[in-house]
Design a protein around this ligand. Sequence first.
Ligand SMILES: [Zn+2]
Length: 160
Amino acid sequence: MKIAKRFGWEAAHRLPWHEGLCCNLHGHSYRITVELEGEPDARGMVLDFQDLKQALSPLVKAWDHAILVADTDAELLAVAEQTGWKHAVLPFDTTAENLSDYVAGYLCEHAAEMLRAHRIRRVRVRLEETETCYAEAERTVTPETHANGAAQAAARQPAQ
Ligand SMILES: [Zn+2]
């Protein structure tokens, strides 16, 4: 059984090495479809859609009306920092492929416990950059995924 929920945000980005128009700062109305594969529980639910929304909400809030800037793009990074405009620094070029893969990884890491509790087997993220272009990333949810997610979550906790 598969369930899916759509999310969206507006953001600016550029690909500094691109030989066409994409090297210029420009915006997209990003739309993503997050698909989860698992089995319905006794109540007939794979996962509460609200729980999925809550899991992705911090990322969507951080990226909405922001500049998505690669940490290697010194020029754009300088503009974002000097102006104080809302921006998110990412450790990769902001292609649709990389963004979709990041969202899939984010969910597997930050919602590891939830995915495990609901026995979700697979996460798929389709990220639409325009009405005609999308990239799709997929992660298989394994016990290792959960263990790594839990370990990373624990590492972020301040030391007692
Ligand atoms: Zn673009």
